[in-house]
Design a protein around this ligand. Structure first.
Ligand SMILES: [Cu+2]
Length: 665
């Protein structure tokens, strides 16, 4: 029994030291505060790593998907198209610049307009842990996310003796919101079986002026995990899952009628107790996504009724070995992936793209002395992408006249390196400073190579034309904590060569610069009263065209005052967002283009929570209490199909109420 415990205790340490975050070099002796019951904004546990329990209550209203979940974190925002399936953006950079992993694997959507961003397939409350690593400061998770890496992980705690445990969440709110999550596991020393089911839905919401915004959505997910622990140091887990959903989009000319996913995963972990090799981890996954968008099942068609079915399958694996040499830790491994995209003509499925990636990496944590360490990593990726399109039919699935494809049957190959180096120091107790530099080269993704219209009018084809994007970024920050105050800062300055930029439906490479910071604090001004603040600012410049980079969110600040007793908490959150005048009209990415400046706004939200027992917590909230009418800067222009005038943003929800019951057994 104790051996079993030690194996997984060891894993817990690895999880902290290697797998996810780098443990702070020094920590204050006492936590300054109980974990708040309702989270106002997720603060980093160090400058650039944020982690937490995605099942915990957060304001505003429980997130509809991972995009909605992430956009509440300082530094994040999202390109919004309606009530759900927004595409998350970190520091103004989204799409494939943000590497989002679903239980160790990449889920790549099928929609050529990214209606089904990876985050749209992730129901946060069905996961145990999320982790955000800002900047190109790790090389362990597949192709490096140049803006950052986000991990949603399930980690089933082992059963030391036979038993059953679980968690049931019920949540409801304004505009027909009603969601359920059930997560039940049974097992003993030899293994476990775990079933996780989720269903959630909402009707169209109304903005602060009482106008209905087309935004109705529904999603469900079901997953089963079977784990075996044949010895104290071995874990084998297989997982199977499925899900589907639908979404009406105020900001698109078609709605998402199907977001079907099928997933199989395999996880193997082996721990060793002698020698330098500590453990080996293997993760394998197969994701099959079937997406349909149409203009008739969730709206009255304003033109000829049409539907577009699409499929994507992605299969991959990663092997990581963890080593310990004295005080120094090394993680080294290899990962790879094959992916295929299909669309449908005359009821027949046709492959338009297939791609492969193979990479190998090593990341070293070198403890210089008790107070200083260096972390360095490097990886190399080999990519191949094949163009199967005989004819080009225009970008975004438009029905423009088809033209012969000059790159039919061609395969592009790229070998792209990435590396980073970071120095961390704890000059005084409970303080960490870090500074790092990272470089990563990103293969253009499906949306950049296949969705643009380049090549339609005898112009150069995006598939042949677009160069890999090269990001070089300095990341620096600080984390400081004493018994009553915690403060943190993470800042960055980056240069992006061959930044992949959409101008209308066409795409090109430009030189760009990005810079910004997130800063925040928690002040426990009384044993029961805390003040949280967070502020995020991002700025981007297109050096070639001497103007702003598009789709950069404005300054966003968040202040929260909370009162907590042992069983009860109440809070008020004031969010202030500045106007954004740095825009690049008609430019952006496949999801959205800038169409003008946006106005400043502020909203107030209230929450309360009560721990009925150690098992049951109730929380309630009211968002946008003052019923303001406002829209976010990153917003698809409202669809003409719903009567929105050209280039008019659709609004965010007016006042809404929610209630969440969280029961653990
Ligand atoms: Cu779509």
């Amino acid at each position: 029994m104790s051996v079993l415990r030690s194996g997984f205790l060891l894993h817990g340490l690895l999880w902290l030291a290697c797998g996810f975050s780098f443990t702070p070099l020094a920590v204050a002796e006492e936590p300054i505060r109980f974990s708040p019951i309702v989270i106002s904004s997720d603060a980093p546990n160090q400058g650039f790593v944020i982690e937490g329990d995605p099942k915990q209550a957060r304001q505003p209203i429980p997130a509809s998907d991972a995009g909605d979940f992430l956009r509440r974190t300082p530094g994040f925002s999202a390109q919004n198209s309606g009530g759900t399936n927004s595409d998350p953006v970190l520091r103004g950079l989204g799409g494939s610049r943000l590497n989002i992993l679903f239980d160790g694997g990449e889920v790549i959507g099928a929609c050529p307009s990214r209606m089904d961003a990876p985050s749209s397939y992730i129901a946060p409350e069905t996961f145990d842990q999320f982790e955000i690593i800002k900047g190109p400061q790790t090389v362990k998770y597949g192709p490096v996310g140049s803006a950052g890496t986000v991990l949603f992980e399930r980690r089933t705690p082992l059963f030391m003796e036979g038993g059953v445990r679980g968690r049931i969440i019920l949540q409801g709110g304004s505009y027909g919101r009603f969601g359920q999550v059930a997560d039940v596991a049974a097992g003993n020393e030899q293994g476990y079986i775990r079933a996780i089911g989720q269903h959630d839905r909402a009707q169209d919401y109304k903005d602060g002026s009482g106008e209905k915004v087309p935004s109705k959505w529904m999603n469900w997910n079901g997953d089963v995990l079977l784990g075996a622990t044949p010895s104290a140091d071995t874990l084998i887990e297989i997982g199977m899952g499925a899900g589907d959903g639908e979404a009406r989009y105020a900001g698109r000319n078609m709605d998402g009628a199907k977001f079907e996913r099928r997933i199989s995963t395999l996880r193997f972990e082996q721990y060793y107790h002698s020698g330098a090799l500590e453990s080996i981890e293997i993760r394998a996954y197969h994701h099959a996504n079937h997406h349909v968008m149409d203009n008739y099942s969730l709206r009255e068609p304003s033109m000829m009724a049409m539907a577009m079915p699409l499929k994507r399958t992605t299969t991959g694996a990663r092997l990581t070995s963890y080593w310990q040499f004295g005080e120094n830790a090394l993680a080294a491994g290899v990962d790879g992936q094959v992916s295929k995209h299909q669309d449908q003509h005359q009821q027949q499925w046709h492959t338009d793209m297939d791609s492969q990636q193979l990479g190998y990496f090593a990341e070293l944590e070198w403890q210089l002395d008790a107070l200083q360490k260096l972390v360095a990593g490097a990886r190399m990726d080999h990519y191949g992408t094949k163009d199967h399109r005989l004819m080009l039919a225009g970008g975004h699935g438009g029905n423009t006249v088809a033209a012969p494809n000059a790159t039919y049957n061609e395969r592009r190959r790229e070998n792209l390196p990435s590396a980073f180096l970071r120095y961390e120091v704890a000059p005084i107790a409970a303080t960490t400073l870090y500074a790092g530099v990272g470089h990563t080269q990103r293969m253009p993704d499906y949306w950049e190579l296949f969705s643009p219209k380049n090549g339609m009018h005898a112009g150069p084809n995006a598939f042949a034309l677009i160069k890999p994007e090269k990001t070089t970024q300095l990341d620096a920050g600080a984390y400081w904590q004493n018994n009553t105050l915690k403060a943190w800062l993470s800042a960055y300055l980056g240069r992006i060569d061959n930044f992949i930029l959409f101008t209308g439906d066409e795409v090109g490479n430009v030189a760009a610069e990005v810079m910004g910071a997130e800063v925040g604090s928690t002040w426990q001004l009384h044993p029961n009263v805390a003040v949280d603040s967070a502020l995020a600012y991002a700025r981007g410049r297109n050096k070639d065209e001497h103007k702003a980079l598009p789709q950069i969110p404005p300054l966003d600040a968040n202040f929260a005052l909370s009162y907590e007793e042992d069983k009860f908490s109440a809070g008020v959150i004031w969010r202030l967002v500045d106007s954004q005048h740095r825009v690049a009209h008609g430019q952006g990415n496949v999801v959205g283009l800038d169409f003008g400046p946006s106005r400043a706004y502020n909203t107030v939200a209230l929450n309360g929570a009560y721990r009925v027992s150690s098992q049951l917590t109730l929380s309630v909230g009211a968002d946008n209490v003052l019923n303001k009418t406002y829209s976010e800067h990153l917003n698809k222009a409202g669809s003409a199909g719903f009567g929105y005038p050209a280039e008019k943003r659709f609004n965010e929800p007016g006042r809404q109420f929610w209630l969440k019951a969280d029961y653990q057994f």
